[in-house]
Write a new protein. Structure first.
Length: 298
């Protein structure tokens, strides 16, 4: 019996400095790990999370079965964060468009291109795409430019859904981990707004997807994955493959890990960083027959 209710409004109160030193423990078991829907969909696991006791109790209190169903008619916006991946984009668009048309889904594709130099900010670009398309969409698919759909269900899910499971890369097949929540994620508009979208403060490589997943969990959603979802993972362009990371990249990775750790300890408040704090400027906008591209800066 869980006797602790976590209030997000108290994230930065109640001796927050102590939370930095409280011991964390890996959950180890997910109470919904055996749940299956139609033999195809399973909850994204939380067993890997290392949490301090009050946050763990709060998360587990909300970890209850929630049905996964699909609606056929809502309008979809696919948001693709992008910079300097033209070859990937030319491979993604025909495959994605053909898949969406084959599933008879009313849709638009929005490419959000970062014009700022410096480190890439995937979360901020996705937030921009969400706000840009909000007046005319019912749900989103947050889609990496290097993820080419081979088998995927893009219909509107009742709970956040990770479409990627099996990965084909250079002729080899692998699977994403059970607790991964990225690549291609479908989510209703009201759900992403309830979680306040992504943090705007993850720069460079990694952890913004963990942050987003945790926001959804704490908002009370049961995130699923499609066990039959299969995608081709395109290799990074040659100029982006470096043998040694720069000091700036390594520093950003450390800061990202630190920010995620603070979130998991209740020291970061998602209500103060996300869709509601986003500022940006559209510097160019081009509409094509199969997609729209907006170039942005901040």
């Amino acid at each position: 019996m869980v006797d602790y209710v976590f209030d997000p409004a108290d994230l930065t109160r109640d001796q927050p400095w102590l939370r930095r030193w409280w011991p964390s423990k890996r959950l180890g078991v997910d109470p919904q790990q055996d749940l299956r829907v139609d033999g195809r969909y399973a909850p994204v696991s939380i067993a890997n999370w290392k949490l301090i006791a009050p946050v763990a109790r709060s998360l587990l209190a909300q970890r209850v079965p929630r049905p996964l169903t699909f609606a056929a008619d809502p309008s979809l916006t696919v948001v693709v964060p992008y910079r300097d991946r033209e070859q990937h984009l030319t491979q993604l668009l025909p495959s994605l468009t053909a898949t969406l048309r084959g599933q008879q889904i009313p849709h638009r594709i929005v490419i959000v291109e970062q014009t700022n130099t410096g480190l890439f900010n995937r979360g901020r670009l996705l937030n921009i795409g969400v706000l840009h398309a909000a007046p005319t969409t019912d749900y989103y698919c947050l889609h990496d430019v290097d993820a080419i759909p081979l088998q995927a269900n893009y219909h509107c899910p009742s709970q956040p859904l990770r479409l990627v499971n099996r990965i084909v890369e250079s002729g080899h097949e692998s699977r994403r981990s059970d607790y991964y929540f990225s690549g291609a994620v479908s989510i209703r508009k009201e759900q992403i707004f309830a979680a306040n979208g992504f943090s705007n403060e993850y720069w460079g490589w990694g952890k913004e997807d963990d942050d987003f997943f945790f926001r959804l969990l704490m908002a009370g959603f049961l995130c699923y994955l499609d066990l039959q979802g299969e995608f081709e993972d395109l290799p990074n362009p040659g100029h982006q493959q470096v043998k040694r990371r720069s000091f700036r990249v390594n520093r950003s990775m450390r800061l990202n890990r630190r920010r995620r750790s603070r979130l998991l300890r209740g020291l970061e408040n998602p209500a103060q960083d996300g869709l509601n704090s986003l500022t940006y400027e559209i510097v160019d906008r081009v509409e094509r027959t199969d997609h729209e591209k907006i170039r942005v800066r901040w």
